[in-house]
Every structure is written in C-alpha cells, then in structure tokens.
Write a protein that binds this ligand. Structure first.
Ligand code: KIV
Length: 273
C-alpha cells in the first residue's frame, strides 16, 4: 500500500503536474466515464481523471477505439467533469476528430472544453501530429500526448503487443517525446513499452510521463477503472494489478436480489410505505 502524499483539497492543474514531477511526487491517474464513478475517484484522492476513448470498449462494447464519436466522448466527459472537484480532467479526442487537419482538431478540442467542462485533451502520435499540437497549444488548450501503443492505430499495428522493442522504434519514440515537450504538451502517456525505455524517456523530459504497462520509472500511472477494479474478468495483461473483484461483488449482489424478488422476501414490511 502506498502513502498518499498529496494535499487532498488543492485543485490539480496542469501547472501542478509539472510541480509534482519537480518534487518527485508520482501522479495517480485513472479513467472514468460518468459522474458517479468520477465523484468516487475524486473523493479517493486521484490526481487526474481521463475520459479515455477506451469508453468505446468498456462503455459501448466495441472491439476497438475506432468507432467512438466526438459527441459520445463529450457526453461521457460532461458527467465526469461535474463529478471531479479536485482532479484534473483530461478527455481523449477520438479517432477522426483531429488527425490530418489542425483546424478540425481545434474545433474538436474547443467543443470538448466548452461543452463538457474537461480541462485538457489527449491525442495520440508524435511528429505526425506536430502541427495539430502546435495549433491547440497556441489556442490555450492543454495537450497531453500519447506514445507507444496508440490504440487508434490498431489497424496499422495489427496487435496490441508491446511497442518500441526495436532500436528504430525506440529512437523515434524518444524523438517524438522530446518534440511533444518542445511543442508545449504538459504531459505524455507512454503505453505498453519496455520499462527501461520509459524510464529513459522520463529522465530526459521535464514534463511528466504517465505510464500504462511501461514500468515504474514513469512520473505517474494510469489504468482503466474497470480493469483495476476487476470488472473485466477476461482481461488480465501482465501490467494490470487488480485492486478489487467488483465483477464478483456485482454478480453475487444481483443474484441475491433476483433470489429475494422471486421468493417475495424483497421488499419486506420495513421497505415499504
Ligand atoms: O483510452 C484510454 O483509456 C487511454 C489510457 C489507457 C491511457 O488512453
């Protein structure tokens, strides 16, 4: 069990992210997609909440993050932004809402911030999206980068395996991370890359890195909440630590409820008017 050193009341901002890296305080980030869960995460002292486009998988049942739309992301983000009082709220821009055209990206990011109340956006890629990052940062929109396994590129990668194991890809990742920092990103997610590489990148950057499946050398960690609380029974990658078994808690509780309704035990005389 770790000790929570953060001031539990002070609002987390992008500037505070940098301060946390400077003083060596790890950043704890998690996903959420609705008001109730975001409120619980915020009460528990989480530093940042990501409305990840993993909502495509865990909320909408899609196999990839490709189908989720900007409107759907904004709907999820609206609830999260209301629930998160202290945590920094970051929303993914979904596939198709920013690639290729910085002005389209600007419109998408402006919609996210104006309509949902999220405070920053996350986008996937390095040098390929440099113009987009520059445009968003210039417009006053905080940008979190995302390198390594970038799930919106699944149709190029072909698998969700570990990235940047070979020298050429590792070198590109280091160059991309430095570029994202130069362009003004306040932080960068490193997903599913070798731990040594993630540590090296984190040491080279002054902005914080947030890892998922990237070892202990990053400046923070992020997990999908359904995965870390044991809601997805079939999903158990090596990097995942399960902190609860909510799948069992929920199915046991619902099955007890079904039994109580069928047997007419629920509601009893204290549970009626
Ligand atoms: O969509 C998501 O949840 C993410 C995290 C896994 C980093 O991008």
């Amino acid at each position: 069990m770790s000790t929570n050193t953060v001031d539990n009341k002070k609002k987390v901002t992008t500037a505070r992210f940098t301060e946390m890296k400077q003083r060596g305080e790890k950043i704890a980030m998690i996903t959420a997609y609705d008001y109730t869960v975001a409120s619980l995460m915020d009460d528990a002292g989480i530093d940042a909440i990501l409305i990840g486009d993993s909502a495509s998988n865990v909320m909408l049942g899609n196999e990839t993050t490709i189908p989720i739309t900007l409107d759907e992301m904004i709907t999820f983000a609206k609830g999260v932004a209301k629930g998160a009082k202290r945590a920094l709220v970051v929303c993914d821009l979904p596939f198709g809402s920013y690639q290729g055209n910085p002005m389209v990206a600007l419109q998408s990011a402006v919609r996210v911030l104006k309509e949902s109340g999220a405070e920053a956006v996350k986008i996937e890629g390095g040098e390929e999206i440099a113009d987009t990052v520059r445009t968003l940062v210039k417009a006053g929109i905080p940008v979190m980068g995302h390198l390594g396994l970038t799930p919106q590129s699944i149709n190029v990668f072909g698998t969700y395996g570990v990235r940047a194991k070979e020298d050429a890809e590792a070198k590109k990742l280091i160059d991309d991370a430095k570029l994202l920092q130069e362009l003004g990103c306040f932080s960068v997610v490193l997903e599913k890359i070798p731990a040594d590489l993630a540590r090296k990148v984190s040491e080279k950057l002054s902005i914080p890195t947030i890892g998922i499946g990237a070892g202990n050398g990053t400046d923070g960690q992020v997990l999908v909440w359904q995965d870390m609380l044991g809601m997805n029974r079939g999903f158990s990658p090596k990097f995942l630590r399960r902190y609860a078994d909510l799948a069992t808690v929920i199915t046991d509780a619902v099955s007890a409820y079904v039994g109580d309704v069928k047997s007419t035990d629920f509601p009893n005389e204290n549970e009626q008017y």
